[in-house]
Ligand binder design. Structure first.
Ligand code: SF4
Length: 379
């Protein structure tokens, strides 16, 4: 109920802010790339090259003290997404999450991992679980090891031999923690790229058979954040449509057995797939994008972006230049310029995290979500 009271008024204001009728309120979804350090050598992302080529840049990442100053100015966030690089390479990851829970009071904290250093992940996850259990038991923590293929094929996409075995090992260890931490959700996630699109049904079945709490996938796309703008990584729309048809059939088959919360997330996913395929085929924003209003992205250096796709190309500013005051940056002219660019339909992409907010804020799409939930109940 507390979350509803916090989130609902914001949802009512966002469409007005989108039209420039009221100032933008604070976002409900923050993605924080805590570090750009990464041990992977993925074919779909070149973040891992950054500190090899520019080792000095690592020192420019935000300190814990700076992060606290920023969080103090942000207010309530419902979804706190951690991103990277490999988030568990930050030795203060537990402290960052504790600060987020203290100041941003999220309902959901989400962390992906490449699972290349499973012992390190387990060492750093334990204090996080302890903090959440003792101080913030209502917070749902989701951890998502990345699984892009099966066996050696996964290792080839990720560029690290032995990674597949580690993903499976870490996934099983994390699942064993669930007995003590009921609010821990262990997921698996696949980036759909031209290196796995033709086997995506097999990969998905494999992941689903491992009984993850959730299996997510997202299409590999060009993102300024990933330094992959010139790389050929995205499957063509016809291939993606085929993959989507498989996911849709699978979700519909599963939905009835799911509890209400999962049915809701599955219904959102069904509508997301329809939207994503249209965005790819028609190459335009199909419904209004609320990036820079409902969602914000913070880089390891304190830049604020509307989304990671626009990223470095369209930064709203750096918090170090705004005295670490998020509200001031968010209300500034640079930030508004980016919002005008987005609402002018000058960009498009199927970024899942953003698309879910967009669906929530688009009444016809939301009505389709509700219809899917009702349909599943009546089957
Ligand atoms: S449409 Fe995509 S690129 Fe454009 S602002 Fe939204 S999330 Fe970013």
């Amino acid at each position: 109920m507390g979350y509803f009271r916090e989130v609902f008024p914001k949802l009512l204001c966002y469409p007005l802010a989108y039209r420039g009728l009221v100032p933008p309120g604070m976002p409900i979804n923050l993605t924080f790339s805590v570090t750009n350090l990464c041990q992977s050598k993925c074919k779909t992302c070149s973040i891992w090259r950054l500190y090899r080529e520019h080792p000095d840049k690592l020192k420019a990442e935000l300190s814990l003290d700076e992060i606290e100053r920023i969080f103090m100015t942000m207010g309530h966030i419902y979804v706190f997404n951690i991103s990277g690089g490999e988030p568990f390479l930050r030795n203060d990851i537990a402290e960052i999450i504790a600060l987020a829970c203290k100041y941003l009071t999220p309902g959901i904290v989400h962390i992906p991992t490449n699972a290349i250093s499973p012992r390190l992940v387990l060492k750093r996850i334990r204090p996080i679980l302890k903090i959440l259990k003792t101080k913030y038991p209502h917070v749902r923590l989701t951890i998502k090891p990345s699984l892009d293929h099966i066996g050696d094929s996964h290792d080839k996409i990720r560029g690290v031999k032995g990674n597949f075995e580690k993903v499976i090992g870490l996934f099983n260890r994390l699942k064993a923690y669930k007995a003590d931490y009921p609010n821990l959700h262990v997921e698996l996630g696949t980036v759909i790229s031209r290196w796995n699109i033709t086997e995506i049904a097999e990969i998905s079945e494999f992941a689903i058979d491992l009984s993850a709490d959730s299996y997510r996938n997202e299409i590999a796309e060009h993102r300024s954040e990933m330094f992959n703008m010139d790389d050929s990584i995205t499957p063509n729309p016809a291939e993606y449509r085929q993959a989507v048809e498989f996911f849709v059939a699978r979700i519909k088959r599963d939905m009835k057995e799911r509890v209400l919360f999962e049915r809701i997330t599955h219904a959102f996913r069904l509508i997301y797939y329809q939207l994503a395929i249209r965005i790819m085929e028609e190459r335009r924003q199909i419904i209004p994008c609320y990036a820079g209003i409902s969602n914000a992205h913070m880089t390891p250096y304190g830049d604020i972006w509307a989304c990671c796709t626009l990223g470095y190309e369209k930064s709203m500013g750096n918090l170090r230049d705004f005295g670490y005051d998020f509200k001031r940056l968010w209300a500034g002219a640079e930030a508004q310029e980016i919002r005008d660019f987005i609402s002018g339909g000058n960009c498009f992409c199927p970024l899942a995290n953003q698309a879910y907010s967009n669906i929530l804020l688009h009444p016809p799409s939301l009505a389709c979500v509700v219809k899917e939930i009702v349909k599943a109940r009546d089957k």
